[in-house]
Design a protein around this ligand. Structure first.
Ligand code: C5P
Length: 218
């Protein structure tokens, strides 16, 4: 039996995580947050002071990571038995993740961890290269985006809600820098798969996007 896969790729802050989680819940499918895998590796490397180590050493750390995702109301992530959920959300973790994500050997090392999520009823995979590289065979593909201003504003509100001090112009600059790095990297850049359906969420509610994505699958 072929396992149905829905890929949702796009830049940071487009709403991929929230939409993917809700769609996966509604369909009873598994959810893969591939960005969390890159973020976890960035954290592990920071902890070991290995962010600028030799590529072979970074790959070794990537292969040895013991990651577990626990899905409740919110997703929690355990790395080598330790709950790293809060650390994953830091801006610095996202920026470091985007730097190590440019290294092709690192991407190759993380490929199998991502493909292992393909199980059971179906999979919703969220990231940058889900529809192009990790699951090119996916039956349903979405490229979800929003204007840079909308994405920065959403991020700003999220941080404020968490009580984290945030600065809108700094967040806008960070998002633009990260997007540019993700789009221009040589290996698995952020681009829509040729067969992806494009959705701009700038003026849509989360629920409207969820409905649109569900209508593709149903
Ligand atoms: O999606 P999220 O913001 O958590 O991802 C953090 C970083 O990890 C991204 O900016 C991107 O550079 C990298 N990433 C990637 N490929 C993926 C998912 C994330 O390169 N499939």
């Amino acid at each position: 039996m072929t396992i149905p896969i829905l890929t949702i790729d796009g830049p940071s802050g487009a709403g991929k995580g929230t939409v993917s989680r809700l769609v996966a819940q509604q369909l009873g499918w598994r959810y893969l947050d591939s960005g969390a895998i890159y973020r976890a590796l960035a954290l592990e490397l920071t902890e070991k002071d290995f962010l600028h180590a030799e590529i072979a050493e970074i790959v070794e750390v990537a292969l040895a990571m013991d990651l577990a995702f626990e899905c409740g109301e919110e997703q929690s992530v355990m790395l080598n038995g330790q709950d790293i959920t809060d650390l994953l959300g830091l801006e610095s973790t996202g920026n470091n993740a985007s730097k190590i994500a440019t290294i092709p050997e690192v991407r190759a090392a993380l490929l199998q961890k991502q493909r292992n999520f393909k199980q059971a009823n179906g999979l919703v995979a969220d990231g940058r290269d889900m529809g192009t590289v990790v699951f090119p065979e996916a039956k349903y593909k979405v490229f979800l985006t929003a204007s840079a201003f909308t994405r920065a504003e959403r991020r700003y509100k999220q941080l404020k809600l968490k009580g984290i001090d945030a600065n809108l112009s700094k967040i806008t600059a960070d998002i633009q820098e990260r997007d540019q790095r993700d789009r221009e990297r040589q290996f698995a850049p952020l681009i829509p798969a040729p067969d992806a359906v494009y959705i701009d969420s700038s003026n849509l509610s989360i629920q409207a996007v969820v409905e649109e994505v569900l209508s593709l699958v149903r």
